[in-house]
Design a protein around this ligand. Structure first.
Ligand code: GAP
Length: 433
């Protein structure tokens, strides 16, 4: 049975995946803290993205640029002027709403009054602060609303120092900030979130082919990590949906409990950003083709995903309820590469904890290992199923004699006896992808 929204939110809070931020002070809407299991899931999502986008490719390198950047960058990129949402205010209850998200443009979604919504005004989504002790317009800076601009401003540094030739990409994972008017649906839309973005620079005449390539490649990445194919689709943007920098965009969408929604956008940003930064900074950001002896601005294809949003989608997709021996088993069928723990070591009796602890310690260098001694073995299996641990290793009284343990597979629930000496190799082989 697939998950409903509240079930996933409850599971996330109950099992230490995601906590509402600042909760002991009453909470801060739209900010979340990742608990001990959530941080592992999120790290694994980012690790898989980095492997696919950087480690496994000869044509992409990485970057980690600053969150606070000069205001000039956001002037050049167009964000200061047009990174806005249209906002209407209700004269009856004083709440503000995004015009483009209203069901009925005449009715306030908060107090249901008719005809009380005012004229739309553009609201800039960037968050600002000031550098230094004086709060003046000169030292105003923005927290980045996308990681992408950090890549464009470093294009020439990276190209030169790494001797990159077209086509090539620069990838980056990091936090971004947007003063969203309507944050919501748990961690789906927050004001502080993590992005995984790659800018792929290519010759203008090759841009369409690379765009098609990256749309398919990114869709297949989610499938390769076990996302249900029927819950994934590619949707091309209509012209009136395109961002100010985009020639063409397609979203990879997931069927969330509330309907289809965006996981990632793949955009053809043309030469917009490099041209803008060249003009505003006065630096020549054109690429020199030595063979043809010409300089030109490369085009950019950008796959831009949300790490926090993607981790949430994998969580929803993995959730299953199954009937086992007349009881309901909750199991997260996460790909082992994404699961917070790969292995749980469970001593059958607390008396066996020292010996079982040594088995767990022997596995910790290669795997994330949980060690659980409380309640019956059946309950402990269920607890591990619920957080998606692919393998449980039970150390019983026979283990003291035969130096072997029972390994239980999360999905099939089949159990196998394995020698302790062979356990790392056995698990390694089972978990290899
Ligand atoms: N550089 C292009 C760019 O930022 P975007 O579609 O605005 O494009 C890319 O953002 C991805 O970042 C989205 O597909 C989404 O996964 C994630 N994202 C954007 N805003 C978000 C928010 N408020 N909360 C969580 N994730 C967000």
């Amino acid at each position: 049975m697939p998950a409903d929204f509240d079930t996933i939110v409850n599971l996330a809070k109950r099992r230490g995946i995601v906590f509402p931020s600042s909760e002991i002070y009453g909470g801060l809407r739209s900010a979340y803290d990742y608990g001990p299991l959530g941080v592992l899931l999120l790290r694994n999502v980012k690790e898989q993205w980095w492997k696919a986008m950087v480690q496994h490719r000869a044509d992409v390198v990485g970057l980690d640029s600053a969150i606070i950047q000069k205001r000039d960058i956001w002037r050049a990129s167009g964000h200061e002027e047009v990174f806005t949402d249209p906002l209407v205010q209700c004269s009856n209850c004083n709440t503000r709403h995004r015009l483009d998200k209203l069901g009925d443009e005449e009715v306030c979604p908060n107090c249901d009054s008719k005809g009380t919504l005012g004229e739309p005004r553009d609201f800039n989504l960037m968050m600002s602060t000031h550098l230094g002790p004086v709060e003046s317009d000169e030292n105003k800076v923005f927290l980045r609303p996308e990681t992408a601009q950090g890549i464009f401003i470093n294009f020439e540094h990276v190209r030169r120092t790494q001797r990159m030739k077209l086509p090539f990409g620069i990838a980056q994972i990091g936090k971004s900030f947007r003063n969203e008017i309507t944050p919501g649906q748990f961690v789906f839309r927050t004001r502080e979130f993590e992005q995984m973005e790659m800018e792929f620079f290519c010759r203008p005449e090759e841009a369409e082919d690379w765009y098609q390539y990256w749309v398919q490649n990114r869709h297949d990445w989610y499938m390769g990590l076990g996302m249900t194919p029927e819950n994934l689709r590619i949707r091309t943007h209509e012209d009136d949906e395109l961002s100010h920098y985009s020639d063409r965009t397609a979203d990879v969408e997931y069927k969330f409990p509330w309907g289809w929604d965006e996981l990632e956008g793949i955009a053809n940003r043309s030469d917009f950003d490099l041209k803008q930064h060249a003009e505003h900074s006065g630096q020549d950001l054109r690429y020199f083709d030595a063979e043809a002896n010409i300089r030109f601005f490369p085009y950019v294809i950008e796959p831009a995903a949300g790490a926090t949003r993607t981790a949430f989608a994998f969580l929803i997709d993995a959730y299953q309820e199954e009937e086992v021996a007349g009881e309901t088993r909750v199991v997260l069928k996460l790909d082992p590469r994404l699961a917070p723990y790969q292995v749980a070591v469970l001593p059958l009796s607390k008396k066996l904890s020292p010996e079982a602890g040594r088995v767990a310690d022997g596995l910790r260098r290669q795997f994330m290992v949980d060690f659980d001694t409380t309640q019956s073995i059946g309950k402990r299996y269920r607890r591990q199923d619920e957080i998606g641990t692919p393998f449980c290793v039970t150390f019983d009284f026979d283990s003291l004699e035969d130096a072997a343990v029972t390994v239980r597979d999360r999905d099939t629930m089949v159990q196998e006896r394995v020698a302790v000496d062979e356990l790392p190799g056995y698990l390694f082989q089972k978990l290899a992808r």
